[in-house]
Ligand binder design. Structure first.
Ligand SMILES: C[S@@+](CC[C@H](N)C(=O)[O-])C[C@H]1O[C@@H](n2cnc3c(N)ncnc32)[C@H](O)[C@@H]1O
Length: 461
């Protein structure tokens, strides 16, 4: 049985009144949390085996239901499990193909995967995560999702600010928070809670947002979200942010009455705070969530990045790591066997080689002092006189119908995920895509009717 902290109970009785507060406490204590998942629009095969009758309101390709990390749908990056309320911040940012978008607090990547879908492989997604272990998971999730145009970084927001001044069209700050909205899912969030902690979170959110605003282009959009109810981390933060940086609080139209408005009287009575959104677990979409959308005004003193001289120098340095003709031939010997999605069609002119890794960068990173985990699409590794395709390439090739495929049985599916070699009966030779129930899982290499396993060691189980 969930026991809520006394101070928490008193606080929300005061803010909401006893009746409403009791409804909230009942929803937290005795109603089950709502589970949801999204289907990846970047993949060619979207025929999942789950029940898709129960749509999550507003969000495309999103359904109520539970999925398992052992399902081929998940392993192939066809589905992502996410709290239904948490699907809204990325829906609200509404990235357009070609834009530059920053997801500043991105791990494990639920919102980044959705933004990547919106970009449709055009433009740039910088997905940043401060924690190294969480950044690793972010990278795995974006790789599985088949994202081609992400620069994945593991740095402090303040460091990114110096590297990307006035650079992004859109920025999402899905801030670390006191997590009150997760109480019914996460007992630890309850144990960790105190009013002091709420105030510490507010301080941290202000720091992160100060860094974020400096990276926003004039007239750029900032979406701020938390999974907590506390006004200190929601309305108060938005009121502070809009005053300090003269950001305009924009209205958000969702066309559903399951979402409530922010409360101006829980901060400085600025009427525009009613433009923000509150997701209460009592209203049944999912867990607790707060979302605000803001716009930076156009100001002449806000200079843009990248002098011409700098760009020229960068181009010269880039030329140094472009592949030569012989290398292109080795890579083509593999890539030409597959149906390439549009993001890879110009690989001959776009790809670079660094430490034998062949990749199509999402962003020129020369001179950039940021901890980078991945940049764009890793095609594979150049070895002595041959090219070995990488796992990310398999995940990206799943955007197109492919013919060089070995379909596994239930038994061989388990063996493949363990990293074992598999006996096969096929006319195919060399590198092939490996799938189960038509979900592409990775690469294999066929020789003498044996499929050598190229499922990455770090992902095997
Ligand atoms: C709410 S979670 C992000 C969830 C993610 N957006 C998603 O949809 O999967 C907040 C993230 O902020 C990170 N974080 C913690 N402290 C931070 C700081 N000082 N600056 C930036 N990010 C921080 C946490 O490690 C955590 O991954």
């Amino acid at each position: 049985m969930i026991k809520l902290p006394d101070d928490f109970v008193r606080k929300y009785q005061k803010l909401l009144g006893k009746d409403e507060a009791n409804k909230l406490f009942t929803a937290i204590k005795s109603q089950p949390s709502k589970k949801g998942y999204r289907i990846n629009s970047l993949k060619e095969n979207k025929q999942v085996s789950y029940n898709t009758q129960s749509h999550i309101p507003v969000i495309p390709n999103a359904f109520y239901g539970e999925i398992s990390g052992h399902d081929p749908e998940w392993i192939s990056g066809t589905v992502y499990s996410q709290d239904p309320s948490a699907m809204f911040p990325s829906y609200i940012i509404n990235a357009k193909p070609g834009e530059r978008v920053l997801d500043l607090c991105a791990a494990p990547g639920g919102k980044s995967t959705a933004i990547a879908e919106q970009l449709q492989s055009r433009g740039l997604l910088v997905a940043n995560e401060i924690s190294p272990s969480r950044a690793k998971v972010l990278r795995e999730n974006l790789e599985r999702w088949g994202v081609t145009n992400a620069l994945i970084t593991n740095d402090k927001p303040e460091n990114l600010t110096r590297q990307f001044p006035r650079f992004f069209d859109k920025i999402l700050v899905d801030a670390p928070c006191s997590g009150e909205g997760m109480f019914r899912k996460d007992q630890q969030a309850i144990e960790y809670w105190s009013q002091d902690y709420v105030m510490k979170c507010q301080e941290r959110q202000k720091k992160i947002l100060t860094a974020a605003v400096k990276m926003l282009k004039p007239e750029g959009t900032l979406v701020y979200s938390t999974c907590t109810f506390s006004p200190e981390e929601n309305e108060e933060i938005i009121s502070w942010l809009s005053q300090k940086f003269e950001l305009e609080i924009l209205p958000i139209e969702l066309g559903t009455n399951q979402v409530a408005k922010g409360q101006p009287n829980w901060a400085d009575h600025n009427k525009k705070l009613a433009n923000t959104l509150r997701f209460w677990p009592t209203a049944a979409i999912g867990e607790g969530q707060f979302v605000a959308k803001l716009k930076l005004p156009a100001k002449p003193e806000m200079s843009m990045t990248g002098s011409r001289k700098e760009n020229k120098k960068r181009k010269r340095r880039l030329a140094n790591i472009a592949p030569n003709k012989a290398e292109i031939k080795l890579i083509a010997a593999i890539l030409d066997q597959f149906n390439l999605p549009s993001a890879l069609l110009n690989w001959r002119s776009d790809c670079l080689i660094r430490n034998n890794h062949v990749f199509i960068p999402a962003q020129d990173t020369t001179g950039l002092h940021v901890r980078i985990l991945a940049n764009g699409t890793e095609l594979g590794l150049l070895k002595k006189n041959r090219f070995e395709p990488g796992h990310q390439l398999a995940m990206v090739l799943a955007a197109q119908k492919q013919t060089r495929i070995i379909n596994l049985t239930a038994n061989s599916y388990t063996s493949y995920l363990h990293g074992e070699a598999i006996k096969v009966n096929t006319d195919l030779k060399g590198f092939v895509l490996v799938s189960y129930h038509n979900f592409i899982l990775g690469f294999g290499k066929v020789a003498n009717q044996v499929l050598k396993n190229y499922y990455p060691k770090g992902l095997r189980f």
